[in-house]
Write a protein that binds this ligand. Structure first.
Ligand code: NAG
Ligand code: NAG
Length: 918
């Protein structure tokens, strides 16, 4: 990710941007054809008249010269194709009957009751089918039954195949570290065809991805667009979508306009950090490189002016350099430049660069501050770049600190193209549509939200003549969804790429009927304005209710593991008929739910992931460090001593109904220390109710990995710590069953060893050990054993991703498997909680919980869903029931806390004796 490689995720340096306008693309197509005809005819005349004086390379050179100014695009007759160049012989024609089609717009976004014929790799027709079918041979029929159908999802910023999972040192091909300027490198040359993520991303509806080099360099190299389906050839080349002809041929076919190329650039922190540069150094590197390319381009233009005028005397060879040809093509406007760029300073620098060297920019990626400077984007050379964004992933480094969930809507209001992207594997691209759902939730227009992952990226990539839309003649890349695509948790029922169905025996989870229509979303007008007014740092401090008593009317009261009461009146302490002074708040059918709990990230211990000066720091590990004498005997640290309050992610979590967090000290080693439970709404540690429980549980990590002692050493050390603990120490308290031991472990074999160790310690001590496994990517394989051993599990993250070798055996859930890890564990009586990895996502806990229920096919009730992210977590992490029962409550309008329709408006906190408005 854009997080820098240095200490967070070695080898993963990423997060990127992009743009373009439809009208302009159409204009370019017509100009293309005219110029090309002119060049070709001129070339023919020259050869004929001057043949005697021509050098031996004249024909090839004149062809090159003739093509020099031709703009890329499909051949003129492309729209009349009857078969895709990617068609696989033997693929049956398929008729999708009775679809609710979202087409990709812009003239008509929705067509209901439509039939779609997929044949020869393209969409043969769209609409009522009776007349046409009479002439058709064999075809398969799929009754879509009115389900929503969209174009395949297009991910404009991915590292699929170059930053592969499981992450292995032999397969890290994202970044070269050979210098800041590398336009000659190509992601294609590192494309791993065995990445586990292809299948997973297809199961989320992703059909096309732009595979970009990383952001360690100012110019990281050329990107390639791929389709994600497996091919018969099994080669990287066979996955490519319209690659430039030059990938395997130096000759130019004068009958064809060139195809669009893609290139990665990056400004800001990543290239700076990697090369020990400043922003000034990086931009000089850009300017020096573009100056080199400009000189070559001007040399070529001067050369061709003479060659085309048959002035061959003393002309020599055509001036070109293989290293620089791609950057020269950028200056010819034939490359879609994608620039990873965050802050106003970087955006402004880059816009000046485009004007100094006169090249178009396709998109700014990551682009966290684009919403603050739309005017700057509009000053870019030739066209306004698009902004390719995350929905809520922000604040992970300084340049992302002012990122806003309202950026998509603000940019759209300013007429700038918005693309939502994954930066896979930074975000698992399987859930790219979720980014569009969140952008919609925070106010982006529904059609633009869906376009942001389909037709808009297709247009920005220069591929909107064949992907991103459901239109006759377009590639047969189609997704049938189990709900409206903007309803939370929308999951494919089936995915076609090039007309080939991708999921064998898909499992479909029944969604509530209300999920078949576009959800309504809350009003965030004021918050969006504040984001601009305060330049991305709007005040988040809640305001306290002034009255002693607040009465909420028209609410649905919900409490996990207690009972859901009927619609009615709920007062914090008292009924209202005899109180005089109270505030009343109409929840308009909203609800009051338990406050959610966050676990798994360093929330409360660090503010900006990439800035060590904002961190509590990493604890010393007794297994691998020299513990200073001062700490000997007190090696187990207390997170409560390092807590930081009122961080932005912490307060945003509070605004999202996450009213407390349980966080252990940060550790890379075996013993992390004692976690603490704290209020996410408190201003400082000494405020009433700020620290909910000083000590929650004892946390250790057991994992495989380079630099770690062996798993057997880690288990042996843990055994020793538990069996030989001095009386009164944290490990002794664990061994006596007083506080839980929480082991962060992913791998089923490691978890099996832990199950055995628990029995061993219990046999020795004669008390039941409270053991919780967190992470737990492969825990579902041992669900029965975990249930029998009474071991709880915190699934972190709640939707699995096989990031490392020790977590490859995930249970992916629908549509690939009927069960999810969560439903499997619950079915075996395991107490389950859900966690997160990074603190920015704490605010999304309500949606993570809802998602787990939505894919359970009705197996997880509403109160069980709330418990996954509240009472179960408290129990698994050692927060006492008395504390838990006096827990916070969250008031929402528009729906319940689990609904995309709902907005959190107030927090009721008995332990802080407060009602706060958000
Ligand atoms: C299309 O599906 C809808 C929803 O299931 C159904 O009501 C309608 O009758 C179907 N139409 C046809 C022509 O089958
Ligand atoms: C070059 O690559 C393209 C795209 O993969 C392919 O269609 C074409 O057959 C290749 N040409 C040669 C000469 O290998």
């Amino acid at each position: 990710m854009d997080k820098l490689p240095v200490y967070t995720q070695p080898g993963r340096v990423e997060r990127l941007v992009h743009k373009n306008g439809l009208a302009r693309v159409l204009i370019l197509c017509s100009v293309t054809v005219v110029v090309w005809l002119w060049s070709a005819s001129r070339y023919t005349v020259s050869v004929a008249k001057e043949s005697v004086r021509l050098p031996f390379h004249a024909e090839e050179t004149l062809q090159k010269c003739g093509m020099l100014h031709v703009q890329p695009g499909p051949p003129p007759d492309f729209a009349r194709r009857t078969q895709s160049d990617r068609f696989v012989d033997g693929t049956p024609a398929t008729l999708l009957k009775n679809a609710s089609v979202w087409t990709g717009g812009p003239l008509q976004y929705e067509i209901h009751g439509a039939d779609i014929m997929l044949d020869k790799g393209i969409i043969k027709f769209l609409g009522p089918s009776e007349d046409i079918l009479a002439n058709y041979g064999d075809f398969l029929t799929v009754d879509v039954g009115g389900s929503w159908v969209t174009p395949g999802i297009v991910d404009m910023h991915s590292h699929l195949g170059v930053d592969s999972v499981p992450e292995l040192s032999g397969a890290g091909d994202t970044n070269s570290y050979k210098g800041p300027i590398l336009p000659w490198l190509r992601s294609l040359d590192g494309l791993n065809t065995h990445d586990d993520a292809y299948r997973l991303s297809v199961s989320g509806g992703v059909t096309t991805a732009n595979v970009l080099p990383g952001s360690a360099n100012a110019i990281g190299g050329q990107a390639f667009v791929i389709k994600l389906r497996p091919t018969e050839e099994r080669s990287p080349s066979s996955m490519l979508l319209e690659p430039p002809y030059t990938i395997n041929d130096t000759r130019v076919d004068p009958a064809l306009p060139p195809r669009w190329r893609q290139m990665k650039h990056a400004c800001g922190e990543n290239p700076s950090l990697v090369y020990g540069n400043t922003r000034m150094d990086t931009f000089w590197a850009f300017r020096e490189a573009y100056d080199t390319a400009r000189k070559i381009k001007e040399g070529q233009d001067a050369y061709c002016a003479k060659a085309l005028a048959s002035e061959w005397d003393g002309l020599g060879n055509f001036p070109e350099e293989l290293q620089w040809e791609a950057l020269v093509d950028v200056l010819r406007g034939r490359v879609k430049v994608h620039t990873h760029c965050y802050e106003a300073v970087d955006l402004d620098d880059f816009v000046r660069l485009t004007n100094e060297f006169k090249f178009p920019l396709a998109a700014f990626h990551h682009a966290h501050e684009t919403y603050l400077v739309p005017g700057t984007l509009k000053q870019a050379y030739n066209n306004t770049p698009a902004a390719a964004l995350f929905a809520t992933n922000a604040r992970y480094k300084r340049e992302a600190y002012r990122g806003s969930e309202f950026a998509p809507r603000i940019l759209a209001e300013n007429g700038i193209d918005v693309v939502m992207k994954s930066d896979h594997p930074v975000l698992n691209s399987r859930y790219l549509l979720y980014e569009a759902q969140q952008a919609y939730f925070y106010g982006l227009d529904a059609d633009l939200a869906l376009s942001a992952v389909t037709s808009t990226p297709a247009k920005v990539l220069g591929l909107d003549h064949r992907i991103g839309f459901i239109r006759e003649g377009y590639d047969a890349d189609i997704v049938i969804w189990d709900s409206h695509p903007l309803a939370l948790g929308a999951t494919p029922k089936q995915v076609w790429i090039d007309g080939i169905a991708q999921i064998e025996n898909p499992y479909v989870s029944e969604k509530p009927i209300t999920f078949q229509t576009l959800p309504t979303t809350p009003d965030f007008e004021e918050q969006a304005k504040a984001a601009i007014k305060y330049q991305g740092l709007p005040p988040l401090t809640p305001s306290r209710a002034k009255a002693d008593t607040v009465v909420f009317t028209n609410s649905l009261y919900e409490r996990a593991s207690l009972h859901v009461l009927d619609h009615g009146v709920f007062a914090l302490h008292l009924s209202t008929h005899w109180i005089k002074n109270f505030d009343s708040f109409d929840l308009q059918g909203g609800s009051i739910s338990p406050g959610l709990v966050s676990y798994g990230s360093p929330l409360g211990l660090e503010e900006i992931q990439g800035e060590m000066s904002t961190h509590d720091g990493v604890v010393l590990d007794p297994l691998t460090s020299n513990i200073p004498d001062l700490l000997v005997g007190n090696e187990v640290m207390l997170a409560v001593d390092g807590l930081q309050f009122a961080g932005r992610d912490t307060l945003l979590a509070y605004h999202g109904g996450v009213t407390s967090a349980i966080t252990p000290p940060t550790s890379n080693g075996l013993v992390a220390g004692l976690s603490t439970a704290f209020s996410t709404g408190a201003a400082h540690a000494l405020e009433e109710g700020a620290v909910i429980q000083e000590i929650a549980a004892l946390h250790v990590n057991i994992h495989r990995g380079s630099g770690s002692p062996s798993v057997s050493s880690q288990i042996a050390a843990l055994r020793h710590l538990l069996l030989e603990a001095a009386s009164g120490t944290p490990f002794d308290r664990v061994a006596k069953g007083e506080i839980p031991l929480v082991v962060q472990a992913q791998n089923a074999d490691i978890i099996a060893s832990l199950i055995k160790l628990k029995k061993e310690v219990e046999a020795s001590k004669g008390v039941e050990l409270k053991l919780t496994v967190a992470g737990a990517a492969e825990a579902h394989l041992l669900a029965k054993n975990l249930g029998e051993a009474n071991i709880g599990v915190i699934v972190t993250p709640s939707r699995p991703f096989p990031e490392a070798w020790e977590m490859t055996r995930i249970l992916p859930g629908p549509p690939l498997t009927k069960d999810s890890a969560i439903t499997t564990l619950l079915a075996h009586g395991v107490k389950v909680g859900i966690g997160i990895l990074e603190q920015w996502s704490a605010r999304n806990t309500r949606f993570d919980a809802a998602w787990a229920a939505l894919e359970s096919n009705g197996q997880i009730s509403k109160s069980e869903t709330l418990a996954l992210a509240s009472t179960n977590l408290e129990e698994l992490l050692g927060v006492k029931p008395t504390v838990s029962l006096s827990g916070d409550l969250v008031a929402t309008v528009g729906g319940s806390l689990l609904d995309l329709e709902a907005k959190v408006v107030g927090i009721i906190s008995p332990r802080r004796h407060s009602v706060e408005w958000l």
